[in-house]
Design a protein around this ligand. Structure first.
Ligand SMILES: Cc1cc2nc3c(=O)[nH]c(=O)nc-3n(C[C@H](O)[C@H](O)[C@H](O)COP(=O)(O)O)c2cc1C
Length: 176
């Protein structure tokens, strides 16, 4: 299966990217094909609701979202990876998700999905908004959840290395 991994952290060696890498290693071990899009290091203009994508074939923005568009169609799975920023996903990842609008008619097809988030606090309820958005998005698109890694209590860059979460991410990728 081809897997599209969308990450949202600007910290190259940050916690969510560490988990993304572990997930990817597990998935490769299980012989899946993985393509990765690091939104924080790409040019993705926020959607401006011009609705040109409803009349024209293409979005008015010809930017790095093209990579997502091209790889989405033949990917059987999409993985959302993000740090928590004020109880939501990072702006960088949200900009990518909002641009789904321009390919909305093409992505209501069965796919698998997973969610990986990292955050500093330890209260489970703080992760509920992100989990809920992910679940409603999947329900809207008709995609199937394959697993969620909600890594709490990790603040500084690399703190997640000393936790159970990297192995969980690896196993998620390996056992798909
Ligand atoms: C702008 C910003 C907002 C944040 N908001 C939250 C938050 O609402 N709750 C929380 O527990 N941590 C919050 N954090 C901490 C990060 O979620 C945490 O450090 C996370 O592990 C970062 O992941 P990364 O290393 O992959 O970027 C915030 C950090 C930043 C920079």
């Amino acid at each position: 299966m081809k897997i599209l991994v969308l990450t949202g952290s600007p910290r190259k060696n940050g916690n969510s990217n560490i988990l993304a890498e572990n997930f990817i290693q597990g998935a490769i071990k299980a012989r899946h094909e993985v393509v990765r899009f690091d939104a924080a290091f790409k040019r993705v203009h926020p959607c401006i609701d011009c609705n040109k994508c409803r009349t024209n074939e293409n979005c008015v923005f010809d930017d790095d979202f093209n990579f997502v568009k091209e790889n989405m169609s033949d990917s059987g799975m999409v993985v959302f990876v993000s740090p928590m920023y004020y109880f939501g996903v990072s702006t960088q990842l949200k900009a990518v998700i909002d641009r789904f609008y321009s390919i909305n008619e093409k992505i209501h097809v069965p796919k698998k999905a997973a969610l990986i988030i990292t955050y500093a606090d330890t209260l489970a309820k703080e992760a509920e908004p992100i989990k809920k958005q992910y679940e409603v998005l999947l329900s809207y698109l008709g995609w199937q959840d394959m697993g969620q890694i909600i890594a709490s209590g990790v603040w500084t860059e690399g703190a997640v290395n000393n936790t159970k979460y990297p192995k969980m991410a690896y196993d998620l990728g390996k056992n798909l």
